[in-house]
Design a protein around this ligand. Structure first.
Ligand code: HEM
Length: 365
């Protein structure tokens, strides 16, 4: 045994005596991942986690120079892009990883939906996941405003206006989000606090719960695999599956670095509340299907305002997603639930079609 190994063992024993690492090591060494034709989808949760960690690291680095006020935010981002060593790269990685994380979380959500991994005892894992999905979108929405550029300013105006149409509580929620009647420096400071303190705190707690539940219940076996008994075997989580996870993360990191280097994030012009709204205001791509749905709805449907109905429909769809494990009563081992497969597929098709329609109706400037 080399000196290194002895040192390593002594450190482990020292930590184990104090914080008790043995149960964690025991859990990790026992965990096994089923191998079958859908196993690829098991990597997406870990990929979402990795991209979130990229966001934490790059976000903290940006905080060293970013200033959250209407007078300084845009200039501080300009400074990061032009003067700070590799500042442009860190900002671009933060922007790209945000998009990639939303994309990965979308796919993780719909893959576990289609594989019916939400069935008890994983119902709470699913529900914590739906909240993580909403928090991921909230990260995107609040972060978009922080550079205080023209497009983000007007997109936030439109976005918070939409919140305002919700009956009864809408007006209050709009004022709460904006920190007043209009989008101003107060909104920026508020979004900043939410983006860098409140959301990360909730997200870290919730990811902790989510991953703990995954460890507790192990990976689910999809009903069709259960039915035809096509499991090809089991893979040890440590080291075999974890190392494959790491390979995926390194590929994602390389793709992120390349995307950030070749297509750095834009900044545009500084926000000006008195300037006319620029043409082609558009939300981030992951809000486009909602934005375009609201645009397509007629002004009035059955005497009710179309926009209100649209917003309420999306709120109900969110509630429906949360309650999927309760609503789907087919949960026996290997039991198919075709209705929920059709609903998941219909949602995917709806999101893709409305997003494409949104971009064809508002060509990118
Ligand atoms: C920040 C976002 C998220 C992170 C970091 C995350 C992380 C993870 C990880 C590491 C796993 C284990 C590996 C895997 O099955 O992929 C997992 C599993 C799972 N996740 Fe997520 N997740 C996130 C969002 C979501 C969302 C949006 C949902 C669905 C609404 C969800 C539902 C589930 C379920 C049901 C499982 C268990 C899968 C199974 O046992 O087969 N997660 N998640």
């Amino acid at each position: 045994m080399t000196n290194d190994r002895r040192w390593h063992r002594r450190l482990w024993a020292w930590l184990d005596d104090r914080i008790g690492l043995a149960p964690v090591a025991d859990l990790a060494s026992k965990k096994e991942v089923p191998i079958h034709r859908h196993s690829i989808w098991y990597y997406l949760g870990g990929m979402s986690l990795f991209l979130f960690l990229c966001q934490l690291v790059s976000g903290v680095l940006l905080l060293f120079y970013y200033r959250p006020s209407a007078g300084e935010a845009f200039e501080s981002v300009q400074f990061i892009m032009a003067e700070v060593e590799f500042g442009w790269l860190i900002r671009s990685i933060h922007a790209w990883a945000a998009n990639l994380m939303v994309f990965t979380v979308f796919i993780h959500l719909f893959s576990v939906f289609l594989l019916k991994a939400y069935r008890p005892p994983r119902d709470l894992t699913w529900m914590s996941g739906v909240v993580l999905f909403v928090l991921t979108l909230a990260f995107g929405f609040t972060g978009y405003l922080l550079p205080w550029n023209e497009l983000a300013y007007f997109a936030t105006k439109v976005g918070t206006e939409i919140v305002g149409v919700v009956p009864v509580i809408g007006g209050f929620m709009r004022t709460l989000a904006r920190g007043g009647e209009d989008v101003t420096g107060a909104t920026l400071t508020r979004f900043y606090a939410i983006h860098v303190a409140i959301l990360p705190a909730f997200m870290i707690l919730l990811i902790g719960l989510h991953v703990m539940l995954v460890q507790r219940h192990g990976m689910s076996v999809p009903p069709d695999i259960e039915r035809d008994g096509s499991i090809r075997g089991y893979m040890k989580f440590v080291p075999n599956f974890a190392l494959r996870d790491v390979v995926g993360w390194l590929v994602a990191l390389a793709a992120l670095g390349a995307a950030a280097a070749f297509f750095p994030a834009h900044l545009g012009d500084k926000a000006d509340a008195f300037a006319p709204a620029p043409v082609g205001i558009k939300p981030e791509w992951y809000f486009m299907y909602m934005f375009h749905t609201l645009k397509l709805l007629p002004a009035h449907i059955l005497g009710l305002e179309g926009e209100i109905l649209g917003v309420m429909a999306f709120a109900l769809a969110g509630l429906f997603l949360l309650l999927v494990p309760v609503l789907d009563r087919r949960r026996g081992p290997g039991e198919a639930s075709r209705l929920f497969t059709v609903i998941a597929l219909a949602m995917i098709v709806y999101i893709i079609v409305l997003t494409i329609m949104g971009y064809t109706a508002n060509p990118v400037q």
